[in-house]
Design a protein around this ligand. Structure first.
Ligand code: ADP
Length: 159
């Protein structure tokens, strides 16, 4: 059983995250979304809400699991016998941080491989923070998130 984990904040999940998950899930037997339970980041959605949005968005894929952790990503991977970590790379600006993270993870757990994947060009400029900013100002982000995520964003921002 070849497992890969996809760690992140996913506040909320976007079509860019989904693009990566769909591609990676085809290469492994199971893809596990590991949602960071890190209140220091002040997420808009709590962990439960973020996990539910991921589960709903990936209902069409049969080999997805969604969990959360307060621990280090490599510890989760090791404890759950995952072979690899998938991360999305959008711009050169992602590279520096991702490179440092991958190297630290490699030092802590050399048996776990970090894999980078690029999304479809359409999603290269997407990130959850920018989407939240646009949604706050009532801009149209319907192309970039699943319909139910859009509804939850609008109701959260209007509450
Ligand atoms: P983090 O807080 O770790 O940056 P995110 O939820 O923002 O968590 O992102 C999780 C992973 O998904 C990261 O590897 C990030 O690069 C990737 N990612 C985010 N948005 C996109 C996108 N539009 N296309 C491809 N990968 C993305």
């Amino acid at each position: 059983m070849k497992k890969i984990i996809y760690p992140g904040t996913f506040d909320p999940i976007t079509n860019g995250h989904l693009d990566i998950a769909e591609r990676a899930s085809k290469l492994f037997d199971e893809l596990i979304f590991v949602v960071a339970n890190n209140p220091d980041k002040n997420p808009l959605f709590n962990v439960q809400e973020r996990m539910e949005m991921i589960s709903r968005s990936t209902g069409h894929l049969s080999n997805i699991k969604v969990v959360s952790t307060k621990n280090l990503t490599v510890d989760y991977a090791r404890d759950n016998s995952a072979l690899a970590i998938i991360r999305g790379l959008r711009h050169v600006s992602d590279f520096e941080y991702e490179f440092q993270m991958a190297m630290m993870n490699y030092n802590m757990a050399p048996e776990i491989t970090t894999i980078f994947m690029m999304p479809s060009e359409k999603y290269v400029h997407l990130n959850s923070s920018v989407l939240k900013d646009i949604a706050k100002l009532k801009g149209d982000i319907s192309e970039y998130v699943p319909g139910h995520v859009l509804e939850q964003l609008q109701s959260k921002l209007n509450s």
